[in-house]
Every structure is written in C-alpha cells, then in structure tokens.
Design a protein. Structure first.
Length: 129
C-alpha cells in the first residue's frame, strides 16, 4: 500500500504544473509553450500513480466506456455519512461500478470503477463558484 499527494494547476491550455509526492515518487512537471520540464525523479509515474490523476481529473470517464450497464440508485451508508449512489450494473458482475454523491447535490464523494479502484473525495471546497 502506498500513500501520497497529487496536485495539478493550470495557467492556460498548454501551461500547467503537476506534482506527485509519495513514498516512491517525488517529482514536479512544468509545461510551458516551450516544452515539458521535470524536477525530482526522472521516471514516469507508474500505472497506479497515473490512475490517481485520472480519478481526480476525469472521475466519470470509466462510466462512459461501459456498454450494457443498467443504472440503479440507492442510499448507502459510509460510517456516519449517507450518500446517494448510482450503481452501474452489468450481467455477471457481483459488485457494480458505483458513483456516490452528497445527498441532494452533485458533489462526488466516492467512486469504484475501473479495476475496482476505490476513490474517496474529502475536504471539498468551492472554487470560483
């Protein structure tokens, strides 16, 4: 099991900064119109580390790839929290892909998707409305 922090900032369509800090990767990528620059570890992030970015930037992208899935909703308890979940069920799958939201909102708080990765979204803040 690994832990770490991922941060991503954009200043324009071709200008960004991505930071990976974990127990086995510490790097910062800067992209500008002139190219990509890397500080820290020179290796590329592994599959799990790339999945971290995907879960943050495009959390619903896996759902778009599912064919023949049937949605079902239910309220689920996560400790003391109750979330409204959309379960995308397919035949022959015992535990479906799930996207769970704060009750009465569109704020994604949990998902289980590709490869059964589970992601929890905490400490959510409003940014520019």
């Amino acid at each position: 099991m690994h832990s770490g922090v991922y941060e991503e900032y954009w200043a324009g369509p071709t200008e960004y900064r991505r930071i990976y800090k974990s127990d086995n990767l510490n790097q910062t990528d800067y992209a500008t119109e002139k190219g990509l620059y890397r500080f820290g570890d020179q290796k590329w992030p592994d599959r799990a580390q790339l999945q971290v970015r995907a879960e943050i930037v495009e959390p619903l992208s896996y759902a778009a790839t599912l064919e023949g899935a049937h949605p079902r909703t239910e309220v689920r308890s996560f400790g003391r929290y109750k979330l409204q979940c959309v379960l995308l069920e397919k035949a022959m799958v015992s535990d479906p892909t799930q996207y769970c939201f704060e009750l009465d909102t569109f704020i994604l708080r949990y998902n289980r998707g590709w490869g059964w990765f589970q992601t929890t979204y905490n400490k959510i803040v409003t940014f520019q409305g």
